[in-house]
Ligand binder design. Structure first.
Ligand SMILES: Nc1ncnc2c1ncn2[C@@H]1O[C@H](COP(=O)(O)OP(=O)(O)OP(=O)(O)O)[C@@H](O)[C@H]1O
Length: 675
């Protein structure tokens, strides 16, 4: 072990030295400075990757039946001289049998060994013999590493499960499918684990996607904080973690009522914004601009042709406006040329009629004709390039273009729709008048969470596609996304290479789709690979049994999940209507005395959070509003007033299902008797 750590330390110091020498190297031109910065940044990332792998560097070893062995770790390490593998990266093909071999399919392995390190010392070893041979003195056959990992106390942060990924999880993580991979699974089946390890695998195995970047989208900041350590501990520091709000770069702490939020999440809103935008793109009519003292006129047909060409040429209203302006200016210059030609022909004709002199004979055109130039060469030429350049700078032309195709700000487009009852009626004809009235807002109302995807949609309509896109996008708790949020995520993944994990039984009230087909149909049709996870590693079998009826009500078609964990039977305490807070305090005291050091969580209706905080409960447990409990877990959970959680918002039974499935050991429900 120590020799592997020595090699790691060597690689880290080599990378540091290399970076220092790159930074010292002289760079004269701006290009050289830029290249130096890029090289230094790449080396800084490499240092971060190596340092990130330090904790638990090695966690496995496989011994083949032919007597050879491989060590499996968070990253790969090789000998300097002859590049022989000292440690195999867990994502490498050679590491596959570590995850997939079984006694039935031993994949030429005799033994699979799991190691657990503390600092740099091996503190536990556990072997599985796969080829049917009897254990020797060198084998340590005992409690499985999974059992050990699962019985560890929760810390409030998720850890990598790289040493104990199970076969059904590993199959998804290592899938060679580059399109959309969907993972459906009940509570605690490791969807988040799979999603994050998949992100690390993509970075390793798909270099092109890695170059374009990997994005992980989660439902809220609390959740992102919970998972934030996993990828760095796998040596991956480059993955972007973001909520939808962060992706759009909009900060808001206001929420709409659920019904309004759900309506704003519907796909009709995208059509409505696009329809409203078209009103600002030369919808009809002609174009007249004064050049000097003369008005130049373009008929409606020419304007419409310029509009269609501009829309086709540039994505985004503002970039297309420039194309539209250039096309109009071309058309104006052509019209001036035509008018000038007509005028001079007229003068020629008038002069000839009055004086009998053929003026053409004295023009350059006539001379050229004599010299054999094409008959069709224009008779009177203007310097069109100069005219076009002047027109593009001309304030009058810009004002005339602005009247037909105004520059827009994305927020103003959203406001134009939501503050105007007539615009809502015109662009959302399929909604009822009642629904439309829910969407109507005042001009000074603050932006809400549900406005974020509308602002993002408007930004893409007005300014074009987002600046940053990714080669692979991972979405956790994907059942939560509205149609408008799906659009903003898909927009950032032009290659449609995504890993989406979720559970529709846990969907919140604003979610607009009921299943994966409905969610993904508009973007990829049926082209996605659906996987199911069936074993829960968090929620005990006793808890899963206790929520079975609830699950049948909220998701009748869902396959039940089985659990690897056994624990206490869940308890329900009934209190007088005003006694639930006191009962929560008492229960938490009892639990923290009986199980010191364990992580406890209280999940309550959102409106109760303030009251619980005021009672100092945060000293004993994390207080989590039911709307933000998705994805989290605790050793012990107290669910306060389930009826209140159910009635707090539409689909409240699903919130309750989420709340009841967060405990790894014990669950206590405190139910207030009706007053
Ligand atoms: N292969 C594994 N080895 C060790 N621990 C695991 C494994 N798979 C899952 N776990 C653990 O089980 C718990 C639940 O996993 P995870 O949060 O990924 O489940 P989930 O399906 O996303 O849950 P939910 O849908 O309820 O949010 C976590 O503590 C996770 O670390």
């Amino acid at each position: 072990m120590s020799s592997l750590y020595e090699v790691l330390a060597e690689r880290i110091s080599e990378a540091r030295e290399h970076r220092a020498s790159v930074l010292k190297a002289p760079a004269e031109s701006a290009g050289e400075v830029y290249e130096r910065e890029i090289a230094a940044e790449r080396l800084a990332k490499e240092i971060g990757r190596l340092e990130g792998a330090e904790k638990g560097l090695v966690f496995g070893r496989i011994d083949r039946t032919d007597g050879t062995a491989l060590r499996i770790g968070r990253i790969g390490l090789h000998t300097e001289e002859d590049d022989l593998p000292l440690l195999v990266d867990w994502r490498a093909k050679a590491a596959r049998p570590f995850y997939e071999a079984t006694p039935v399919h031993p994949m030429d392995l005799r033994r699979r060994r799991h190691l657990r390190l503390e600092e740099r010392t091996v503190v536990s070893v556990s072997d599985e013999l796969l080829d049917g041979t009897a254990p020797t003195d060198e084998d340590v056959v005992g409690d499985g590493p999974l059992t050990e990992a699962l019985s560890a106390r929760r810390t409030g942060r998720m850890h990598a499960a790289v040493a104990t990924l199970q076969a059904e999880q590993d199959e998804i993580v290592r899938s060679t499918h580059r399109g959309v991979t969907v993972v459906q699974g009940g509570p605690g089946t490791g969807k988040t684990v799979v999603a994050l390890h998949r992100a690390a695998y993509v970075l390793y195995a798909f270099p092109r996607a890695a170059e374009e970047g990997v994005l992980v989208v989660g439902p809220n900041a609390r959740f992102l904080d919970y998972i934030s350590q996993v990828l760095p501990s796998l040596g991956e520091n480059d993955v972007v973690l973001a909520t939808c709000r962060e992706l759009a770069g909009v900060s808001t702490d206001t929420a709409d009522p659920f019904e309004t939020a759900r309506l704003k999440g519907g796909p009709d809103l995208a059509d409505a914004l696009a329809g409203l935008l078209r009103v600002h793109q030369a919808p009809s009519g002609d174009f007249t601009v004064r050049v000097g003292r003369e008005p130049v006129h373009l008929p409606a047909g020419e304007v419409a042709a310029a509009r269609d060409a501009a829309v086709a040429a540039a994505p985004g209203h503002n970039p297309a406006r420039q194309v539209f302006k250039e096309l109009l200016v071309d058309a104006v210059a052509d019209a001036m040329q035509r008018d000038m030609g007509d005028l001079l022909e007229q003068i020629d004709a008038d002069a000839e009629r009055m004086s009998g002199i053929d003026l053409d004979r004295f023009t350059g055109a006539a001379r050229r004709r004599e010299e054999g130039a094409a008959e069709s060469a224009p008779v009177h030429e203007l310097d069109l390039d100069a005219i076009r350049a002047d027109l593009l700078e001309d304030g009058g032309v810009d004002r005339a273009v602005e009247a037909l195709w105004p520059r827009l700000v994305p927020g103003d487009l959203v406001k134009a729709l939501l503050t105007d009852a007539c615009a809502l009626a015109e662009h959302l004809p399929r909604l009822t008048a009642q629904d439309r009235s829910l969407l109507l807002r005042g001009p000074d109302a603050p932006w809400t969470d549900a406005d974020v995807p509308l602002l993002d949609e408007a930004a893409s309509l007005v300014d074009g596609p987002p600046e940053r896109s990714y080669g692979h996008v991972v979405v956790d708790e994907a059942q939560e996304l509205t149609a408008m949020q799906w659009r903003m995520i898909v927009r950032r993944c032009p290659a449609r290479a995504m890993t989406l994990v979720g559970d529709f039984a846990q969907a919140g009230p604003v979610a607009t789709a009921r299943d994966w087909k409905e969610a993904l149909g508009p973007h990829v049709g049926p082209r996605f690979e659906l996987h199911h996870l069936t074993v829960s590693y968090r929620t005990t079998q006793e808890i899963l049994d206790s929520v079975r009826d609830l699950l049948t009500r909220i998701a009748p078609d869902q396959r039940p999940t089985r659990s690897l964990r056994r624990g206490e039977s869940p308890r329900t305490l009934t209190t007088p209507a005003d006694g639930s807070v006191a009962a929560v305090v008492q229960e938490l005291r009892a639990q923290s005395t009986a199980h010191p050091g364990e992580l406890l969580g209280v999940i309550c209706a959102d409106a109760r959070v303030g009251e619980l905080k005021a009672r100092g409960i945060a000293r004993h447990a994390r207080i989590v509003p039911a709307s933000e409990a998705r994805g989290l877990e605790f050793d012990g959970v107290v669910v306060m007033d389930p009826e209140e959680i159910i009635t707090a918002r539409p689909g409240g039974e699903r919130d309750l299902y989420v709340a009841l499935t967060r405990a790894t050991k014990r669950l206590c429900t405190i139910a207030a008797q009706p007053a």
